[in-house]
Design a protein around this ligand. Structure first.
Ligand code: SF4
Length: 451
């Protein structure tokens, strides 16, 4: 049985408990103790008084030490320093993302003047005749002159589409994360934003535009690519959006396939959780085009990846793309740690190889859950009931919140052994991991077997 009706009530009670029990603590000390008591109470579903009764009081330093040990039991036993991130907790019902799905139908479509005559603008007028269309100068100016952007605006992003022309930022190296061994990926910067609601999504802490952006001048990307192109290049559109979730709206994929089919020595990737593969199946497939899916156990999909297709639907779509002649890829990213994770991930891997032959798999990536510190409060505000933050997430080598090294190592080791049991030939790489992790696990750099 839940001790509190909801997280707002829990936070209120923890705050008033700390205020009355530790009136002599300063603001920052109160904030840290509140955070620790709140997180322990949330994870174990017990009231703060019970925690204090068990742990004892004492001065601030010793109390904090004991609470940290309770909050991070696994990490406390490791030799690495304990590096928690304990910002103020701010929960408000108005920040919460209500989880009612509806068919994507933007109310407002803003089109940059230069994109007004584009094929995409005409297409959207046909697809969404009831939307309110407005012409704007530049998106940059629109954002500057409109109200500040925050969690509430992000929650409403599906109401608004921006159609823009890209002028500068066509391709770039994936920034990866500092001090990690990168996988050499490049980003094809075609639009921004997503219609799904994964509670861990980094876009919710990164977006600064109150809508979803689609780019109208794809021809210009193809022109620019002549200069950017190099042998062995691997690039894709799935960094700042899901590559296929809005493909029926944008109609991007046939042009991308037709273009990259002719780019010998280059591998193009559509990275998705969707099953919108209709456009891909209408054009001639190619082995230098990889359609890849992010995979997680169905429990994680149901509890954390709201509005996305099920595991089975994703694998069915992958099998169909492989039959059509594409290579497929899989991203176990983010891998989420929870009670029973080993069994659940083993089942996913079993289901994957029941449907897909190893020869059709271009690559598989592994990356445990990690995120910039600022995202912690955004996840809490939008999804106060989340369970992903209950795990032990500490500031790691790149100042991102991650599971402790020993736990990540254990997860990767298990995943690698499950995957290699099915094929020794798989091209597996780690995403955003430090060099010692690659080395200790004996994972080689991604080999691009470009067809
Ligand atoms: S599918 Fe990807 S981009 Fe979309 S919400 Fe989920 S994590 Fe974010």
């Amino acid at each position: 049985m839940r001790v509190y009706k909801n997280e707002f009530e829990r936070l209120k009670l923890v705050e008033s408990f700390v205020k009355s029990r530790f009136p002599y603590f300063g603001v920052n000390k109160k904030q840290e103790i509140t955070r620790l008591l709140y997180e322990i109470s949330k994870r174990e579903n017990i009231p703060p008084l019970r925690i204090i009764e068990k742990e004892g009081e004492g001065d601030y330093e010793s109390l904090k030490k004991r609470l940290l040990k309770k909050r991070y039991p696994f990490a406390s036993l490791q030799s690495e320093p304990l590096t928690p991130h304990l910002p103020k907790i701010e929960l408000k019902p108005s920040f919460r993302r209500t989880l009612q799905n509806r068919k994507f139908y933007p109310r407002n479509i803003y089109i940059e003047k230069k994109a007004a005559g584009s094929f995409l603008a005409r297409r959207l007028k046909t697809l969404f005749p009831k939307a309110r269309f407005r012409e704007i100068g530049l998106l940059k100016e629109y954002v500057r002159t409109h109200s500040p952007f925050g969690v509430k605006e992000y929650n409403r992003r599906q109401d608004t589409l921006f159609i823009v022309n890209e002028n500068y930022d066509f391709f770039k190296n994936c920034p990866c994360t500092c001090q990690a061994l990168n996988c050499g990926y490049h980003i094809f910067n075609l639009g921004f934003g997503c219609i799904y609601e994964c509670d861990y999504c980094f876009l919710q802490g990164y977006a600064n535009v109150p809508g979803i952006i689609l780019t109208a001048n794809m021809d210009k990307f193809f022109d620019e690519f002549k200069v950017y192109k190099r042998n062995g290049l691997r690039l894709g559109t799935g960094e700042f959006s899901d590559s296929l979730a809005l493909d029926e709206v944008s109609g991007y994929s046939p042009a991308l396939v037709d273009f990259f089919r002719e780019q010998k020595g280059v591998t193009f990737e559509f990275k998705t959780k969707s099953v919108k593969i209709g456009n891909l199946l209408k054009v001639k497939a190619s082995r230098n085009i990889v359609v890849s899916w992010s995979l997680n156990p169905q429990k994680i999909i149901a509890e954390n990846e709201f509005f996305t297709p099920s595991l089975n639907e994703r694998l069915e779509a992958a099998a169909e793309c492989a039959r059509a002649g594409y290579r497929v890829g899989f991203h176990f990213d983010p891998i989420i740690h929870f009670d029973g994770w080993e069994k659940e991930y083993a089942l996913v891997i079993e289901s994957l190889f029941a449907k897909i032959a190893p020869k059709d798999i271009a690559w598989i990536s592994l990356g445990t859950f990690r995120f910039s510190p600022g995202l912690k409060q955004v996840i809490e505000r939008r999804f106060p009931q989340n369970t992903i933050l209950n795990e032990e997430l500490l500031l790691g080598f790149d100042n991102k919140l991650r599971y402790p090294y020993a736990l990540r190592y254990r997860i990767y080791e298990k995943m690698l052994s499950l995957l290699r049991h099915h094929s020794k030939e798989l091209n597996v790489y780690l995403c955003m991991e430090e060099p010692r992790m690659w080395k200790e696990l004996k994972v080689g750099r991604l080999e691009l077997r470009c067809p």
